[in-house]
Design a protein around this ligand. Structure first.
Ligand code: PEP
Ligand code: MN
Length: 671
């Protein structure tokens, strides 16, 4: 049983809770669980949970039915997000890099099996970093089956690895094989790895757990899931908050592969525990050509990331060469993961280039025009506008899709401002109460969100600076007691109705009520306690408002994506700041809106300008101009040419040929 204490509980109240538990026959331990201070109570004592729950200073009581408590989902329902390296409250910097594992991101750790030399680890670090790895792995102490095999370079290897991590802005993870090395290694490594063979070396777990650093706990080749989680419990009970589980294949009767990757363990463990789960496809499979398919399967099954062996010259590797990927294979794998990530509602974590400050972003998607030279592009150059607020505005209540997009682009902890409407988001960014805003502009099933395009005209000082695509999985959400047969009213944003047309057609008697956004629809049901009303929104909104998912995946087509843009205020020179969390890749896409005169060939003349300069159009949509019946404006997205001059010339020519030209902004295209 876990007793979660209120923040700021007095010493007296804490002592009273302790006495209460001890008097009833429990053995107790003070512990920390995520952000919470808790008392773990074990034993055969008998207690009235309600009485315990109302003692002063008790926030809640989680009665765990599992032998592991701190690791169990019953004691902590939300996912644990582990920060490795630096400090997540500080901006990311190459000298103090940090990465997060867990939540809605995919974190990829890569590197050789063993550190072999200063040059080898540095070369590998540079190669994997180039392909998008955010952390470096490598063994300095190698637990080899044969005493005659290469045992690792020891502390010297770890020093080489630390230098390679620093040179590439990547935190490092390395295996600790014995309690006697732990303290010494603690000064150099950002994360400890407990190897599969040591999963049940309890003295090692206690010693490493007590150091408080993040730990990557590999599953033993013959360990059950329960044994694995009990080992995690050892680490948590010893004092670390940050444990990441790693499935690396188990021993079965099959001998073709080195081990058998237990894919089903991923969803099982994610259900049983709040801890992040990584997969090591290299040791699981042991055959280079089979590593990438297994890695993709792991991501599809819900893994929070991977740790992969990569060697610049695998044929010369001192250990595990046959399972180490060539850097080119790793590059291909990363591209595939990037394409797969939105399908499972996640994004690949990216790290800024070492020369650029900021915070790691999720996905290639959102990085905008930092450092590029095209004058019309927004960019975080020296003359970029100052951002007055660190808040990010979105429309809706907690659990809104826009909030999910916001968290992807700015991180889960980003301070946010829930605005009452899209217009209020623009207002907040304009008046500086938010530094940035996130608004949807297009859905792959229902089309453009015209309301937001219109707002860009009304707010010429607001520019698009980033883009992010989110897979939208709609759910029918209702009260705990609601039954689908008894529903008579359904609330959502009109886009929610449009995207679930086929499902709604099965219930022709339902009355549809439009709301400002999907999460507001959910919140209204929670407030009213209505049992005959349901909402169409995302699962996050159901969770945020304590409601039940009555039916999941009700969108007409599963390939349902919404394109969000990040907005910021331009300064005088047309530039707008780019959030550092969006990375430093140059902008490669721009959005324009213009209208043309009502005469033959006027649109053709504009398209010709772009065609002649080799500029690709990724979107062209016509839309009636408000107040001018039968006149149209065109929404245009283009791929930016490599040089500033070309684009500037195009813009000048377009301005001359169009009636009303708006440059909405430039940004890094999302996949
Ligand atoms: C390793 O990651 O280098 C390693 C030895 O893995 P495992 O402990 O899973 O065999
Ligand atoms: Mn290995």
């Amino acid at each position: 049983m876990i007793v979660v204490l209120s923040k700021g509980i007095s010493t007296h109240d804490k002592e009273m809770v302790r006495i209460y538990l001890k008097d009833r026959g429990f053995a107790i331990r003070d512990q920390v669980l995520g952000e919470d201070e808790v008392i773990g109570a074990t034993g055969k004592g008998v207690v009235d949970l309600r009485e315990l729950g109302i003692l002063p200073g008790v926030e809640r009581v989680a009665a765990t039915s599992k032998p592991y408590e701190l690791a169990s989902r019953e004691s902590k329902t939300e996912d644990t997000i582990v920060t490795v390296g630096g400090s997540a409250s500080q901006p990311w910097s190459a000298s103090q890099p940090w990465v997060k594992i867990g939540g809605s991101r995919i974190t990829v750790i890569a590197g050789p099996c063993a550190v072999e030399s200063r040059e080898q680890i540095l070369e590998t670090a540079l190669r994997v970093r180039e392909s998008g790895a955010v952390m470096l792995r490598g063994g300095a102490y190698k637990p080899r089956s044969s005493p005659y095999a290469f045992q690792g370079l020891g502390m010297q290897g770890l020093e080489f690895m630390k230098a390679a991590g620093e040179a590439t802005g990547m935190p490092i993870v390395t295996e600790v094989v014995s309690p006697e090395f732990a303290a010494q290694m603690n000064d150099l490594t950002d994360m400890f790895q407990i190897g599969a063979r040591n999963m049940q070396n309890f003295e090692l777990l206690k010693k490493v757990g007590a150091l408080g650093k993040p730990v990557l706990l590999k599953r033993g080749p013959s360990a059950t899931i329960e044994e694995w989680l009990l080992s995690a419990e050892y680490l948590l009970a010893a004092g670390t908050r940050d444990v990441v589980l790693c499935e690396r294949g188990i021993r079965t009767f099959e001998t073709y592969t080195r081990n058998t990757l237990d894919i089903s363990a991923i969803p099982v463990v994610k259900g049983l525990s709040h801890l992040p789960v990584l997969v090591d496809p290299s040791h699981a499979v042991g055959i280079r050509a089979k590593v990438s398919p297994a890695a993709l399967a792991a991501i599809a099954a819900g893994a929070d990331g991977l740790t992969v062996e990569v060697h610049p010259h695998p044929d010369e590797a001192l250990s595990d060469g046959p399972q180490s990927l060539f850097p080119e294979q790793f590059e291909r794998l990363m591209r595939d993961i990037e394409a797969l990530a939105p399908v499972v509602g996640k994004e690949l974590l990216r790290t800024p280039k070492p020369s650029h400050g900021g915070q790691p972003s999720h996905g290639s998607s959102a990085s905008a025009a930092a450092g590029n030279t095209v004058s019309l592009r927004s960019g975080a150059g020296d003359d970029a506008a100052e951002v007055l607020s660190d808040k990010v505005a979105f429309s809706g209540e907690s659990g809104a899709y826009a909030e999910q997009a916001l968290m992807r682009a700015f991180g889960e902890e980003a301070p946010r401002l829930g605005a009452a409407s899209f217009r209020a988001v623009f207002d907040a960014v304009l008046d500086g109460s938010a530094g940035f805003g996130v608004v949807p502009v297009e859905n792959s099933l229902a089309g453009s969100v015209h309301e937001n395009y219109d707002l860009f005209f009304r707010y010429p000082d607001i520019a698009m600076v980033g883009e992010l695509k989110l897979r939208i999985v709609h759910c029918l959400i209702g009260d705990e007691k609601a039954q689908i047969e008894n529903i008579s009213i359904v609330r959502s944003h009109p886009q929610g109705f449009a995207q679930c047309r086929d499902f709604l057609d099965k219930y022709p008697l339902w009355q549809l009520e439009a709301c400002n956004d999907t999460a507001t629809a959910v919140a209204s049901i929670a407030r009213e306690g209505a049992t005959k009303v349901a909402a169409i929104a995302g699962e996050a909104a159901a969770k945020a408002h304590g409601l039940k998912v009555l039916r999941a995946g009700i969108e007409t087509n599963p390939l349902n994506y919404t394109r969000f843009v990040i907005i910021a205020r331009r300064n005088g020179s047309d530039r707008a700041p780019v959030p550092p969390s969006l990375g430093s890749e140059p902008a490669n896409k721009a959005s324009l809106v213009f209208s043309v005169s009502d005469e033959p060939g006027s649109l053709f003349a504009c398209l010709k300008i772009m065609s002649e300069r080799g500029i690709n159009l990724s979107k062209l949509e016509s839309r009636p101009i408000q107040g001018k019946p039968w006149e149209y404006q065109f929404y245009v997205d283009v791929t930016l040419p490599p040089t500033e001059e070309t684009f500037d010339a195009v813009v000048q020519e377009l301005k001359a040929k169009t009636e009303d030209f708006h440059f909405l902004g430039s940004y890094r295209a999302s996949l």
